[in-house]
Design a protein around this ligand. Structure first.
Ligand code: PMT
Length: 403
């Protein structure tokens, strides 16, 4: 697939697999991408910048203080134009710098300046790759939406065998192409996503809540953002950090979530209710911490408003997507919720099934719509589930737009 007019910064760190990034630069140029190579100083010890310059047909940046540039700082100029930053090969060192916002060379400075997607293809010895600090840095970057092409197993520079070899140029090229050709099919749409649990307080220190981490909702918000939507995340206190690039309103209780969603509902095109909203809240709230004076206490609960149902009654042009978290008769219960809440699509998950539901990075859902269509998805990452749900949203939006 052609990458005409796409501006790619190819970040090159000092790893022995550097020869593959020469090949990658050449393949990208063949696909008509505009390639701007930024090298670390160590990378220039392994390969002359001139080689990348000839292949990319653009100047190579490796010294921020000695680069011919216009009035604009060169790293900002490059960052502002970039559609993608691909760091290939990425050493433990550059990964650590990127994960911690360190900017002490041309590549790490460009990396903290870009506002485009970032792809990292690590390459290092297995013991370095498995090092807990390196893994923590990788996880940190992933949490912030940085994409990775994982290394593969095989012969390493040390003579050892193991994981750490840079993936193939074909795989990296494919991933770059995918990232640069993500359909912007939600451009111009306003998408609201609820995520995480709610907390229903008994007293200032105790609350009733559930096991939602926020991952499913965050994955949907990220996917909608990648596809061009203007996204607002309304999130309860989950266990993971919401994606930084997405506007997020933090709430705690179901009542706060209802208020936050209600305020913006009229402007929304799509609302996805992935939050695990508490169905009940304590009837009374004690301003002071409840004392341990009796052997038993009884807590009376009252029903929280059903946010999804409220929106379902109010909706006009909006597409309303709900989830159903079930432990038995999953599809029957989900179908009942689809109808009761007047939503357009419901994603049913059996939260007792392995790999599904709360906390993990994967989910197993069945999608039901109001026309009786069902799509049972296999075990997928929450990111993949998010994209399938959004594909359905696009389909559901079609006839509505024609009316
Ligand atoms: O956050 P994760 O750890 O990634 O876990 C993901 C998840 C299991 C939380 C998610 O996949 C999921 O199932 N979310 C919905 C949880 C839930 O509250 O399901 P429910 O069947 O109780 O509610 C049905 C729908 O009504 C949901 O869309 C819910 O957001 C909504 N609801 C529920 C109660 C209420 N008072 N108001 C609501 O709007």
């Amino acid at each position: 697939m052609e990458l005409k007019d796409r501006q790619i910064i190819l970040g090159v760190a000092g790893g022995i697999a550097i020869h593959k990034s020469v090949d990658l630069a050449s393949q990208l140029v063949k696909r008509k991408a505009s390639v701007h190579v930024v090298m670390t100083e160590n990378a220039t010890r392994l390969i002359q910048p001139l080689q990348f310059q000839v292949i990319s047909r653009n100047p190579v940046l490796f010294d921020l203080f000695n680069s011919a540039s216009d009035w604009k700082p060169i790293h900002i100029d490059l960052a502002d134009r970039a559609d993608l930053l691909a760091v290939v090969p990425a050493t433990a060192n550059i990964i650590g710098k990127m994960a911690n916002g360190i900017a002490d060379n041309a590549l790490s400075t460009v990396a903290i300046s870009v506002h485009c997607p970032i792809l990292i293809a690590p390459a290092m010895e297995e013991q370095m790759y498995r090092n807990p600090f390196v893994q923590a840095n990788i996880q940190k970057l992933k949490k912030h939406g940085v994409e990775f092409v994982e290394p593969v197993s095989g012969d390493l520079a040390s003579g050892h065998k193991g994981i750490g070899r840079l993936n193939t140029v074909e795989v990296i090229l494919e991933r770059i192409t995918q990232l640069l050709t993500i359909p912007q099919d939600l451009a111009g749409k306003k998408v609201i996503v609820t995520a995480g649990p709610t907390r229903e307080y008994l007293d200032p220190v105790r609350f009733i809540s559930n096991r939602s981490s926020g991952k499913m909702g965050y994955a949907i918000a990220e996917a909608a953002h990648r596809r061009g939507a203007e996204v607002l995340l309304i999130s309860g206190p989950g266990t993971v950090t919401p994606p930084v690039e997405i506007e997020c309103n933090y709430v705690e209780t179901a009542l706060e979530m209802l208020e936050a969603v209600s305020k913006v509902f009229d402007q929304a095109d799509v609302v996805v209710m992935a939050a695990a909203v508490g169905d009940y809240r304590p009837q009374t709230f004690s301003n002071q911490k409840i004392k341990k004076t009796t052997d038993q206490i009884t807590i009376s609960l009252e029903k929280n408003p059903d946010i999804a149902k409220t929106l379902g009654e109010r909706k006009q042009h909006q597409i309303l997507v709900c989830f159903a978290a079930e432990t038995e008769n999953v599809l029957q219960h989900a179908h009942r919720k689809l109808i009761n809440k007047n939503c357009d699509l419901i994603a049913a998950n059996d939260v007792l099934a392995e790999g599904a539901g709360f906390g993990g990075d994967t989910n197993i859902v069945t999608l039901l719509d109001r026309e009786g269509k069902r799509e049972q998805l296999p075990l997928l990452s929450k990111r993949e589930v998010a994209d399938v749900i959004l594909n359905h949203v696009i389909e559901l939006a079609q006839p509505k737009e024609r009316n």
